[in-house]
Design a protein around this ligand. Structure first.
Ligand code: 5AD
Ligand code: SF4
Length: 442
């Protein structure tokens, strides 16, 4: 059957969609060239904010109306449960985020409608990859037990579980043998790897070290794989910024100098209410550690504006924290109450227009800060992994530095051809808020 997968949401979803594609290909199905050509369409949904869920469900509704075999997977399915068929009467099948391993069987069985919310069908999916690229996502930890007041993720992605280290290392080794040069390790709170359940190699005894040891040791094992040039990971919590993690940064040059460290708010009162388990000062201490080790260490974050009870003073605290932390990039979200979460029981009392205003203020701040931070890099030489020619201008190439900054440069027609995944040294000649312009060294 010719299939297509549409993805909404975070990198975890991007990775899950890839796993579904790989499993369908292995089962003998083929990828459609576009929607018209597809006989089967699967939408991978997000539910982190109401708007995200509406987008995915709306798209699925349109596809159902087109009369194709249509499936919905991912976070929104788990949240909606049986109600998914009330919202989408023509939907053929729906699978929760931890049941995606069943999709090939569902198609083979051909019995619709079908709903699978099961929690233990991940193993096949976790290890399935589509061959090709030089970059790969590897899920090392699924689920989350943090229970931040606003967040629906623990309800939809289930309990935290770390994969055994030997499984992760074997998977990365196989990826590298197939041409992968960069991996990004994924987990809702990836630095908690090996904390809740020991995830060691067979030969090692489980360690009591938890936070301090498990993830850094995984990095060490991956850094020993020849041919693996870069190791990234996301998302992080300041509690995981231990001295052991810092040692891994220092010792293994493959570990990229970038961390996505969602802060959510700069106000202690709000952080406490959110149940984030750190204060503004503790968060900034983690930042100081990272920047103390490398002033150009790239930090990105997520922030929520308009959380219940967020005052102008709370908002200004967020604003000043973002400036103090000097984020290289940030993603600002307007608070959206999610049914069943702790904060949804509180009045959503910041008016929509005010949420919008706060969003715009932080965006403008980030634009200026991003430009200022990137401008400091003009004149420096950076190592860039080639991603490929720019879509618009074939003479222009694009890649990323260790800090995940996008770098673009012109390539003269007579210079030797560049391959995706190759490392090149470039001089930065100009900076924008989100992009660095470079030239070849001569
Ligand atoms: N409302 C708004 N933003 C949210 N996020 C998570 N839950 C909510 C919510 N209920 C944001 C957080 C998180 C990012 C993925 O989405 O900032 O880090
Ligand atoms: Fe990712 Fe959270 Fe959206 Fe699920 S709900 S796709 S975990 S952002």
């Amino acid at each position: 059957m010719k299939f297509l997968v549409h993805t909404y949401g975070c990198q975890m979803n991007v990775r899950d969609s890839e796993a579904v594609e790989a499993m369908l290909l292995a089962a003998g199905h083929t990828k459609a060239s576009g929607e018209d050509d597809a006989e089967l369409v699967i939408v991978n949904s997000c539910t982190v904010r109401q708007k995200a869920e509406e987008k995915a469900v709306g798209k699925t509704g349109n596809l159902c109306a087109a009369g194709k075999l249509t499936g919905l997977m991912g976070c929104a399915v788990k949240r909606l449960g049986e109600d998914v068929f009330k919202r989408l009467p023509k939907l053929d099948f729906a699978v929760g985020p931890r049941a995606i391993g069943l999709i090939p069987k569902i198609i083979a069985d051909g019995r619709y409608p079908r709903l699978e919310l099961g929690d233990d069908m991940m193993s096949q999916a976790l290890a399935s990859h589509v061959e090709g690229g030089v970059q790969a996502f590897v899920t090392v930890l699924v689920g989350c037990d943090n229970r931040c007041s606003y967040c629906i993720v623990p309800d939809v992605r289930g309990h935290e579980y770390s994969r055994p280290a030997r499984e992760v290392v074997a998977e990365v080794r196989a990826l590298v043998e197939n041409g992968v040069k960069e991996v990004c390790l994924l987990g809702q709170s990836v630095l908690r790897y090996g904390v809740r359940n020991p995830a060691w190699f067979d030969s090692d005894p489980p360690s009591a070290g938890g936070y301090r040891e498990a993830f850094p040791r995984l990095l060490e094992a991956l850094a020993a794989i020849p041919g693996l040039k870069r190791i990234r990971f996301t998302s992080a919590h300041p509690k995981g910024c231990t001295d052991e993690l810092m040692r891994a940064y220092r010792e293994f040059p493959q570990v990229c100098r970038h961390l996505h460290l969602p802060v959510q708010s700069g106000s202690d009162r709000i952080l406490e209410d959110m149940g984030r388990h750190y204060t503004r000062a503790e968060y900034l201490a983690a930042v100081a550690k990272l920047r103390g080790f490398d002033p150009e260490f790239a930090l990105t974050t997520d922030v929520i504006v308009g959380y219940p009870g967020e005052t102008e003073a709370d908002f200004e605290a967020t604003r000043s924290l973002m400036q103090e932390a000097g984020f290289d990039n940030s993603f600002v979200f307007k608070y959206s109450p999610r049914p069943g979460t702790r904060s949804a029981a509180k009045p959503d009392d910041v008016p929509k227009a005010e949420k919008e205003r706060r969003d715009q203020v932080l965006l403008a701040d980030q634009e200026a800060r991003g430009l200022a931070r990137n401008s400091r890099l003009v004149g420096t030489v950076r190592e860039v992994m080639v991603e490929g020619p720019s879509k618009r201008n074939k003479a222009r190439f694009s890649g990323r530095d260790s800090g995940n900054r996008i770098v673009v440069w012109d390539v003269s027609p007579d210079s030797p051809p560049l391959r995706t995944g190759e490392m090149v040294k470039l001089r930065i000649i100009d900076a924008h808020a989100q992009i660095l312009i470079a030239e070849n060294l001569v």
